[in-house]
Design a protein around this ligand. Structure first.
Ligand SMILES: [Fe+2]
Length: 312
C-alpha cells in the first residue's frame, strides 16, 4: 500500500488529540493500580519474528496490532485512546485492527450491579447502542494513522450485532481500510509485503489465496480474527502465509487452574495466546483489550501489541 495523505480534517485531528490526551491523563491517574484494578494493567507487548522470506526492505517493519477492543459498558473510550497512544510510541509502519470492536450489552443486571465503566452506553438496549458504539469505535480507531495506514478485519461480533452498521460506521473514516478476503501490497521500492485480511471464520467465509506467484513477492501477513482458521490453512497449505495475526480468544480471559479458557475458546489450543511456530510459519494470537461474558479478567491481562519483522 502506498503512503497516503491523511484524510483527517482539522476538527477530527483536534478531537483525536483531545482523546489521546484524555487517555494519557486517565493512565496517569490510574498508574498506581494499573489501568483498571479489575482487569489488570494493559500490557504493552513487543514481539520480534524472523521471517525467512521477508524482503530485505522490510527488515525492522513494525505492525501495531490492536484487537478485540469490545468498546461498550466495560471498556471506556479512554482505554482505546490509551492503547493507541502507547502503540504510537513504537512508531509503527502500519496499524492492524483484528475485529470484535464492540460489546452491545442489553443485560440489565450489569447496571443494577453497578458494573459500568462507560456511562455513555449505560441503560441502552443493543438496538440503540450498536450504531453508537460502532460509530465511536471507528472515530477513535481512525484518530491515529501510521505511514502505511490502518487495515481492519471483521470479527464475529460485527456480524452478531450488524455487519451493515459496522461497514456504515467504518466507511465514514477513510483512514481505515476494511479487508474482507482482500489483500494489500505494501511497497518499499521494488519490494513488496502482502497483507491479507480474511473474513471471519465463525460467521463468514475466509479464503486466503494460494502463495503469491509474483517474483520477489513471497511474504504474506494473514490477518484473521479467529485462529481456528489458521489451523485450517496449516492443514491444507501452510505456504499461504508467513505470519498470521489473530485475536478472538482473549487469551481465555479468565484463567483459573484447571479451567483453561472461559471466553471464545478455540478448538486448537496451541493458538490460545502468544507466539507459536508451526511448519515454519508464525502465528501470534493477542489477548486483546476487552471482555465478554464477565466484566473482568483473571491471570490474563489485556494487551496491545507491536510486531517487528526481521529478515533472515
Ligand atoms: Fe472478542
Amino acid at each position: 500500500m502506498s503512503t497516503r495523505s491523511k484524510l483527517i480534517s482539522r476538527r477530527a485531528f483536534l478531537q483525536g488529540s483531545a482523546l489521546l490526551a484524555g487517555g494519557a491523563a486517565f493512565a496517569a491517574a490510574h498508574a498506581d493500580m494499573g489501568i483498571d484494578s479489575a482487569s489488570g494493567r494493559i500490557v504493552d507487548e513487543t514481539v520480534r519474528v524472523t521471517v525467512p522470506d521477508l524482503p530485505k526492505a522490510f527488515d525492522g517493519y513494525r505492525i501495531a496490532f490492536f484487537t478485540d477492543i469490545h468498546l461498550g459498558i466495560w471498556v471506556p473510550d479512554e482505554w482505546v485512546a490509551w492503547g493507541l497512544e502507547k502503540l504510537r510510541a513504537h512508531s509503527p509502519d502500519l496499524l492492524v485492527l483484528g475485529g470484535d470492536y464492540i460489546l452491545a450489552n442489553d443485560n440489565p443486571v450489569w447496571p443494577m450491579l453497578g458494573l459500568i465503566r462507560n456511562e455513555a452506553y449505560a441503560g441502552m438496549d443493543s438496538e440503540d447502542a450498536t450504531p453508537l458504539i460502532f460509530s465511536t469505535a471507528a472515530k477513535l480507531l481512525s484518530s491515529y494513522s501510521p505511514p502505511d495506514g490502518i487495515v481492519a478485519v471483521v470479527g464475529n461480533h460485527e456480524r452478531w450485532n450488524s455487519i451493515e452498521l459496522f461497514h456504515d460506521a467504518f466507511r465514514r473514516y477513510p483512514a481505515i481500510r476494511v479487508l474482507v478476503n482482500e489483500e494489500l501490497s505494501v511497497q518499499r521500492g521494488s519490494e513488496s509485503l502482502l497483507i491479507f485480511g480474511s473474513d471471519d471464520y465463525l460467521t463468514g467465509l475466509p479464503a486466503v489465496p494460494p502463495a503469491a506467484a509474483i517474483p520477489g513477492v513471497s511474504a504474506r501477513v494473514l490477518v484473521t480474527h479467529n485462529p481456528d482458521y489458521v489451523s485450517e490453512v496449516l492443514k491444507r497449505d501452510a505456504a499461504r502465509f508467513s505470519l498470521a495475526l489473530c485475536g478472538h480468544t482473549h487469551g481465555g480471559q479468565v484463567r483459573l487452574p484447571g479451567l483453561i479458557s472461559m471466553a471464545a475458546p478455540v478448538r486448537d489450543t496451541r493458538f490460545l495466546a502468544g507466539l507459536v511456530q508451526v511448519d515454519g510459519r508464525w502465528v501470534y494470537t493477542s489477548r486483546g483489550l476487552g471482555m465478554v461474558g464477565l466484566p473482568f479478567r483473571v491471570n490474563c491481562p489485556p494487551e496491545i501489541t507491536t510486531i517487528e519483522l526481521k529478515s533472515a
